[in-house]
Write a protein that binds this ligand. Structure first.
Ligand code: T1G
Length: 697
């Protein structure tokens, strides 16, 4: 007879085994009802003479996936998770955790406090707290090394890396991998334990096995590079070291205190914001959540250039056959060579086998015409950024494809509605804006047009996730979101050179903020010829000062193309290290004189504010125009695609932490200093400041 102890936990006594089933959709997060239910289950186990052991398992798609992050920052109702863990650990009868799906964070900590652990073969286990700027705070740090040793525990705890059931069994994190039905296997496992005397196995009684202490400093160094500026990974190493030198109970208290302190930290609030924003971004306005995406079995890509090749690889890597269409055999031959070369590199790095490469290449068809497109459900054009050329390609695609096929453009800045006007079925049309290199960059800006059908929008999001990307739906605007905001940061970086800053000062300020590379080092990487050509495509829409600020053109004209010629904004030595170049200082001085611009001392703060507040303001303009649906979407775009430090939450979250009133005051200052056309506050900022609100409240 089932005894529902809370609305999230039910108990059944099957023979002498008590089964506690947790049911708290969607991921069995450890909400108050789950925590209270687990305590009630342990009470029942200890007080019921007929019960010799207990199995804890979960309904739905996964074992408990961690503490309920929606409860963070609010008063936590008793029992706290730590109390639940202590009750499990102290229980006088053996408990088996039977896991499937993803046993994560507090969910795995529950299992670690049980005497035995078993899992479905496809189950995965992790302590992702550090990705939220937290730490395992309920035994993950003090128990995991006791079970699997410090070396195996380090990447799980300090990077949040999940492990498979096989790995978990090999290292001792779990005891058995279930064959067949997990519930049946767990009951049988518990019965065997009872038959063998119902022995307890408290992880807390185990010592931390000896390990090479050098591992800790190696971890500190690696983590400082991989997670630059993030506190939690470093603290995780310190706590692992503490836990290996401290008695269990005292160590557990220290672990809990450290995690609790981090919950209130700005970095954790930012990382939790991004986590929630990434999921919110998948919900598309006007598209009901149960909208069924269209089936995509085969993809066509038109344009075998850099972007087209990268896009083709994305779909091949996702297991979809691709038809790559070119307008001459040479470009197709080159595409074949380059794609094979890219895959060859993956084989060299041990990420792919030759057989996998052969399978991918067998799924790629190169063709000069639009004939072999039967069975294609999605076609993406990635041809030159010319309206007429694109319209012609889109029209040819529409004639060649079945009438439910989706047609997408990879345009970076052409008007999506103008492109849609070339189609007789615009409901099947949208934008899929990939970023170069398309097979590497996580961000995918899906662009909705007025006529785009809801199930097409749902398909774009589903496809983006199938490609392993971070898809964000954006609206019609020039340059969409990422490039448009980046162009404002680039503009200010250039203007700052005119006003007296140096390339190295601007790059230092922005990399010091947390960007992986500064705008000028990036330009040297991309190539000044590329930058000059890109500038020409935008010159018509520029202001007079932007047109006059032609430093890029001057460098290109002087043959200073960047790394590839040994000099650009910087001078490169034999090791490829860039150094400030007096010749660039002279060029800038001459430019300022010619432009009649006085050189002045530029503070780091001015550089940071002009570059980043210009971005924030542009994000607000995009929200005003409908170019972005939510401020959180903008944060997802910048933290997943363009290197905004994830632990700072994204430009809009970061602006709220500073306060929009302060930002507006700075914008007003820069209106006077640089010009109204560059820094006039967006309406949304004016409105929110007047209301005493931020972007998110
Ligand atoms: N709490 C509350 N809701 C959660 C949640 C959580 N921990 N995890 C996911 N959700 C919601 C999510 O918002 C979405 O909601 C839905 O579930 C599906 O999620 C003390 C302190 C489990 C691998 O970090 O990694 O334990 O949008 O879209 O892609 O030591 O969710 O449908 O309304 O991501 O299949 C540690 C975080 C917490 C796990 C599933 N745990 N979650 O991925 O679905 S801290 C985590 C995930 C902690 C203790 C510490 C993933 C997933 P909605 P989804 P998915």
């Amino acid at each position: 007879m089932t005894d529902t102890v809370t609305d999230a936990v039910a108990l059944d006594l099957l023979g002498d085994i008590l089964v506690a089933t947790v049911d708290n959709p969607p991921v069995n997060a450890l909400s108050h009802a789950v925590r209270a239910g687990l305590v009630a289950a342990v009470d029942r186990l200890e007080n019921d003479g007929d019960a010799r052991a207990m199995v804890i398992l979960c309904a739905g798609r996964t074992f408990m996936a961690g503490a309920d992050i929606r409860e963070f920052g609010k008063p936590m109702q008793d029992p706290q998770l730590g109390n639940v863990i202590d009750r499990l650990d102290a229980c006088g009868k053996p408990i088996v955790a039977a896991m499937h799906g993803t046993a994560l964070g507090g969910g795995l900590e529950v299992a670690l406090a049980c005497s035995y652990r078993m899992a479905d073969p496809a189950a995965r286990f992790g302590l992702p707290e550090v990705t939220l700027g937290l730490l395992p705070g309920s035994g993950g740090i003090v128990r995991t090394p006791r079970l699997i040793g410090v070396e195996a525990a380090l990447p799980m705890i300090t990077e949040g890396r999940p492990v498979s059931a096989d790995h978990a069994q090999k290292t001792g994190l779990i005891d058995e991998i279930a064959t067949g039905d997990l519930r049946e296997a767990a009951l049988a496992f518990a019965a065997r334990i009872v038959a063998d005397g119902a022995k307890l196995r408290r992880t807390s009684d185990l010592p931390v096995p000896e390990y090479d202490r050098a591992l800790l400093d190696q971890a500190r160094t690696t983590l400082a590079r991989k997670y630059k500026g993030q506190n939690a990974p470093q603290q995780a190493v310190d706590l692992i070291e503490m836990a290996s030198d401290t008695a269990f109970r005292e160590a557990a208290h220290k672990e809990f205190a450290a995690c609790k302190a981090l919950v209130a930290s700005p970095q954790s609030k930012a990382l939790r914001h991004v986590f929630v924003a990434e999921r919110a971004a998948l919900k598309i306005d006007g598209v009901p959540r149960d909208t069924k995406p269209r089936e995509v079995r085969k993809v066509a890509v038109v344009g075998p250039g850099t972007m087209g090749r990268g896009i083709a690889i994305c779909f091949l890597d996702a297991g979809l056959p691709v038809v790559l269409i070119g307008n001459n055999q040479d470009t197709l031959d080159k595409a074949d060579t380059v794609i094979r070369k890219i895959y060859g590199g993956q084989v060299k790095r041990g990420r792919m086998s030759e057989a996998q490469v052969n399978d991918r290449m067998a799924a790629l068809t190169l063709t000069l015409d639009y004939d072999g497109l039967d069975g294609v459900d999605l076609a993406i054009e990635a041809v030159t950024e010319d309206m007429d050329v694109k319209k012609d390609v889109l029209s040819k695609l529409e004639q060649a494809l079945h009438d439910r096929a989706i047609i997408a453009t990879n345009t970076s800045f052409l008007d999506i509605e103008a492109l849609a006007s070339s189609l007789s079925r615009p409901e099947n049309f949208a934008g899929m804006h990939f970023f170069n290199p398309a097979n590497v960059m996580k961000l995918l800006e899906n662009v909705r047009a007025k006529a785009t059908a809801p199930d097409v929008l749902a398909t774009m999001t589903a496809i983006g996730r199938k490609l392993g990307k971070t898809p964000v739906m954006v609206g019609r605007s020039e340059g969409f979101v990422a490039n448009r905001m980046l162009s404002k940061r680039s503009r200010e970086a250039q203007f700052l050179l005119e006003d007296g800053a140096t390339p190295q000062q601007v790059d230092r300020v922005l990399t010091g903020f947390g960007f992986p590379i500064g705008p000028f080092a990036l330009a040297d990487l991309a190539g000044m010829d590329i930058m000059a050509a890109a500038r020409q495509t935008r010159i018509a829409g520029m202001t007079q000062r932007e047109r006059d600020c032609d430093i890029v053109d001057q460098l290109a004209a002087a043959g200073r193309l960047g790394r590839k010629t040994g000099s650009g904004y910087y001078l490169y030595d034999e090791e490829g290290k860039g150094h400030p170049d007096p010749a660039v200082e002279e060029l800038l001085a001459a430019h300022r004189t010619k432009r009649g611009l006085p050189q002045r001392e530029i503070t780091d703060q001015e550089i940071l504010e002009r570059c980043l507040y210009a971005m924030v303001n542009e994000g607000a303009h995009l929200l005003d125009e409908g170019g972005a649906a939510r401020p959180g979407d903008i944060d997802v775009i910048w933290t997943s695609g363009f290197g905004w430090p994830r632990h700072l939450g994204g430009p809009m979250f970061w602006a709220d932490q500073i306060g929009l009133a302060k930002i507006k005051d700075a914008l007003d200052t820069y209106c006077a200093l640089v010009g109204d056309q560059y820094f006039t506050p967006a309406n949304l900022i004016e409105t929110r400041v007047a209301e005493g609100r931020g972007f998110f409240d």
